[in-house]
Write a protein that binds this ligand. Structure first.
Ligand SMILES: NC(=O)c1ccc[n+]([C@@H]2O[C@H](COP(=O)([O-])OP(=O)(O)OC[C@H]3O[C@@H](n4cnc5c(N)ncnc54)[C@H](O)[C@@H]3O)[C@@H](O)[C@H]2O)c1
Length: 561
């Protein structure tokens, strides 16, 4: 037994004071109780001792009464890699024993050999300060990390530098105010973005026409990091990518630009972002973080980083497994929504209410949880990730036919309301071509609320609507006015203005404020006759009983009136 270990050992008749001294002497805040033959009887941590004092123990209390008499220990022949599986956020030190149970040493994640625990002292650079990068950077800064945010978009950096939010996100103003310029420093100069840990959060769109994943930003960001990389750095890819991208695209770029070797000189992990816009700042601290690494140390380092602000880390068997986790998450959602959107179509034809039917089917029947239909499926993730996964299938000579069918249903859902309302107007002697139209809800979702217009189904719907009419006004309670103005329609600040003389009103997202509308006051402002299209079943036809010349249409509801 070496001298350091000896200092950490106390006898079974020792007092708490002796055990405390052992904890301090070893510098590990842990002490071991051995019998006269060196057999491990128990373990005491500094925390155990402090808790015992709180519960009334004194320095003279026998240490054996408060120690853990059944500590996890490992055989001294077990490899570190195997033993490490027993270590976690709570257990960072495990005694090693020989075949007779005698203490021979310990495994310690805090040792400089593994260098893991000092994660908090690491500097982090985030590449790409969009929704994912900015929210993560702010949460890291709020957790106490020194973070640099690098982005090629100078306008964005200027907005942030002026402590203005570039998009709506619950709770973001306070974090920007507190951390930007302090623990989160912004830069557009890659040379000044050197760090210990790099996180790539750049966009990974698919081509609008061909649906091919666009890899330029990932490649450029990887090359930028490669130019700064030094041994022992960790690189985390967080953007959503095709399976194989980390290994086949990111690592080669990093190695080429740095001259270093992944797994030997530096570490690489893929840790997907899974938060929902609107709840990102809360979810970042709550959702399990999936971590796939190139090797054990890559996983360990990345897991330690995320464990600093979130309680659950899920380690996958490989980088590719983690990449696939992210894709199937979103594709599954897209398919479920497509199912709801498809059955909504038949309900409309039959003349029944699919919302009621889904409620009945789901009631106390845990095997099912059918979602509700909506005007398509929107947002920068669900709209593209099925194409990214389909590309992975194609790369292996296969087709993701279910995913593509779901996409087709969901994309049709975004445009069909215009055609349906046109047909309804024609029955009233009007047409959508000559109609004044009010569109409500442009952000890609209303709840949780976001200002994000990217890949909003309302924009796809608008494109189609413009083929009918140019007399369109739009209202959204959250989206930024300057972004709405770029849509080349009239923008109004209230539903009252929007409803005025409208031949058709389309409610295209589910912002909770719409439910507070006073329809008794709003509906008479519309033109007569007219059509009200409820894309989210927020209202129900009872609100229209006194307004027979305003036809209530709703996704998934057959109109029997
Ligand atoms: N938005 C979400 O809610 C969400 C959720 C989960 C996953 N994701 C995924 O995360 C990734 C990022 O999404 P986002 O919504 O934050 O994208 P975004 O478009 O909002 O932000 C990307 C940022 O990266 C910057 N950028 C581009 N190239 C760069 C480079 N070479 N170096 C530095 N910065 C660069 C852009 O200027 C932009 O500010 C995507 O892969 C997306 O699919 C997004």
């Amino acid at each position: 037994m070496d001298s350091k270990l000896k200092k950490m050992v106390f006898a079974k008749n020792a007092r708490l004071e002796d055990a405390l001294e052992c904890c301090l002497a070893g510098g590990k805040k842990v002490a071991f109780c051995l019998d006269d033959d060196g057999i491990l009887l128990g373990l005491l941590t500094e925390g155990d001792i402090l808790r015992a004092f709180k519960d009334g123990a004194t320095l003279d209390t026998p240490a054996a009464t408060t120690m853990n008499s059944d500590p996890i220990s490992v055989s001294d022949s077990l490899s570190f890699e195997e033993a490490k599986k027993l270590l976690g956020n709570k257990i960072q030190l495990i005694p090693r024993t020989d075949g007779k149970g005698r203490l021979t040493g310990f495994i310690d994640l805090t040792s400089s050999e593994y260098g893991f625990l000092k994660i908090k002292s690491k500097n982090i650079t985030i590449l790409g300060l969009g929704y994912v990068g900015l929210t993560m950077g702010l949460v890291l800064a709020d957790t106490g990390f020194q973070v640099k945010g690098f982005d090629i978009n100078r306008k964005l950096l200027k907005t942030l530098g002026n402590k203005k939010k570039p998009f709506f996100e619950n709770g973001i103003d306070e974090l920007i105010e507190e951390h930007v310029g302090n623990r989160l420093r912004l830069t557009d100069d890659i040379a000044s973005a050197q760090a210990d840990i790099y996180v790539i959060t750049v966009g990974t769109p698919v081509d609008k026409r061909t649906h091919q994943p666009q890899m330029d930003a990932i490649k450029k960001a990887s090359a930028s990091i490669g130019s700064l990389l030094v041994p022992e750095n960790l690189v985390i890819l967080r953007s959503t990518v095709m399976v194989g991208t980390t290994r086949d695209v990111v690592i080669p770029e990093l190695e080429k630009a740095s001259g270093l070797t992944a797994g030997k000189d530096f570490f690489v992990a893929f840790c997907p972002e899974r938060t929902a816009e609107g709840r990102a700042l809360t979810e970042l601290r709550q959702l399990p973080q999936i971590v796939g690494g190139l090797d054990e140390k890559s996983v360990e380092l990345a897991a330690r980083l995320f464990n600093e602000y979130t309680p659950t880390v899920v380690r996958t068997e490989s980088i590719e497994a983690a990449e696939l986790c992210k894709l199937i998450d979103n594709c599954y959602r897209d398919v479920r929504f497509a199912f709801a959107n498809q059955v909504a179509e038949i309900a409309e034809k039959i003349g029944v209410n699919i919302h009621d039917i889904i409620n009945m089917v789901n009631l106390n029947y845990a095997r099912n949880s059918i979602p509700k239909p909506s005007p398509g499926v929107a947002g920068p993730c669900l709209i593209k990730d099925p194409y990214i996964l389909d590309k992975v299938f194609q790369n292996h000579g296969m087709q993701a036919s279910l995913l593509m069918a779901a996409r087709a249903i969901n994309e049709l859902g975004a445009v069909s309301p215009a055609d349906k309302v046109d047909a309804a107007l024609r029955q009233k002697g009007k047409t959508l071509e000559n109609a004044r139209v009010c569109v409500v809800g442009f952000a890609f979702k209303g709840a949780p609320e976001t200002s994000d217009l990217r890949d909003s189904t309302t924009l796809m719907f608008l494109e189609h609507l413009k083929e009918y009419t140019s007399d369109i006004v739009g209202y959204d309670p959250v989206a930024f006015r300057e972004e709405l103005e770029e849509l080349n329609i009239g923008i109004v600040d209230s539903p009252e203005e929007g409803f005025k003389n409208a031949d058709a009103v389309f409610v295209m997202n589910n912002h909770p404020s719409y439910k507070k509308w006073n329809l008794e006051e709003l509906l008479p402002k519309m033109s007569h006759p007219s059509v009200f299209y409820d894309g989210w079943h927020l209202f129900g036809d009872r609100n229209f009983i006194n307004h027979q010349d305003v036809e209530y249409m709703c996704v998934g509801v057959g109109n029997n009136r």
